[in-house]
Design a protein around this ligand. Sequence first.
Ligand SMILES: Nc1nc2c(ncn2[C@@H]2O[C@H](COP(=O)(O)OP(=O)(O)OP(=O)(O)O)[C@@H](O)[C@H]2O)c(=O)[nH]1
Ligand SMILES: [Mg+2]
Length: 435
Amino acid sequence: MVRVSGPEAVRVGGTVFRCHPGIGKRVRHVEFGNILDIDGVPVDTGLAWFLKGPASYTGEDTVEITPHGSDLILNRLLQAAVASGAAVAKPGEFTRRAFLNGRIDLIQAEAVVDLIQAGGRLDLENSYGRACGRLSRIVREMMAGTVAALAAIEAGLDFSEEGDVDPSANATVSLNLRELAERARRLSDTFEGSRRRHQGHLVALVGRPNVGKSTLLNALLGEERAIVTDIPGTTRDLVQGQAVWSGESIRLVDTAGLRSGGGPIEREGMRRTREVVDEADFIVAVLDGSRPWERDDEMIVRLLKDQCGAAAVNKQDLGVCIDLAKLQRRGVRATQVSGLTEAGLDELKDEICTHLRRPDLVEGVGLSRRRHFDLMGVVENRTREAADLLAAASPLSECSAPGLQEALGALGELLGEGTEDAVLDHIFAEFCIGK
Ligand SMILES: Nc1nc2c(ncn2[C@@H]2O[C@H](COP(=O)(O)OP(=O)(O)OP(=O)(O)O)[C@@H](O)[C@H]2O)c(=O)[nH]1
Ligand SMILES: [Mg+2]
């Protein structure tokens, strides 16, 4: 699709799309017509429609044209549009205009990218909620609460000049501010989980060589990603794949087998494995159930002590000879699987998904962006400090006002009020062209 937005949209649209009546004559009406190139020669047929501002995505007059869609046709159409005065949009320019024209706030604009990049159903729900203004509504309520507190403080100051102080006023305002701080904290607490959910939970398959990690990776992804051989030390690099399990986006990574010794290449592979182990959200300690316990298995299972994870006892099809009860006594959750026959894989996926860190959404939203987390932190700290100051002071003290102004500023910034161009540039650089 080619989208033309701005006061000249109808004129530009009319030079590249010929229909009867001409584009722009009818609002929100799908027109069939010819797509013209720079010389006015028809190169394709297609559909187009006109959206009159402000009732359009950008808030401006907009013409949208859908040709059949080859690169060649799109290029000729674009060339013709540019020749008649249009400029090629920068990444995110339409959404930026929507924001600048007041159609959406900055939280909603950011949610557009989050929607497009959503990793799984649950992340999509969160992004959609923000795009619809769920978080913005909460932020506006918090702004109203802060303004009310500031007004009470001002009013209290006026009263105190007249010597007529209401002693309960401090306590009430302080309590309200403490509730605001709590609300900010609860929202901030959703950040880590929501961020992980958005990026995809990193799940690492770790074990000594030849236990079947790569076989498991391939089976879990349903594609031949990693090389499998019966030679120990086959995998040296990290091999990653994407999956969605129970609505959660998963980044599954296969690693080089860990063992004592090994050549320089294998040792580098093992170093990378250890790095991934530190970073991972969940470790799957893969054991070869068909062979007796080895000293290196001990090292693998010990990784689970400090990290969220579980054991996968692989090669179950060959019979299991390791002591599962002993694993259980050590508090290691173990699932019997076979990468070869795919037995037990659904149980393993369930086990992983059950123990992933899940964000507890607050009022249906989670903060998945650092910008939101940082600003919400300012709101929490300033409102809590103001609450403390008020609780300690009598009568209503003006010293809590500057902190509350700062909290108010942070809430406004969340919505994009007074946000600097450099910050906007950074946010919209994430977008692709045409959004
Ligand atoms: N019978 C049986 N064989 C398996 C199973 N999983 C893997 N194998 C075999 O075990 C051997 C090693 O498998 P890989 O998946 O390469 O093992 P790995 O853990 O990735 O090994 P490295 O990359 O060397 O660390 C191959 O011959 C596989 O066919 C299984 O569940 N059952
Ligand atoms: Mg391997």
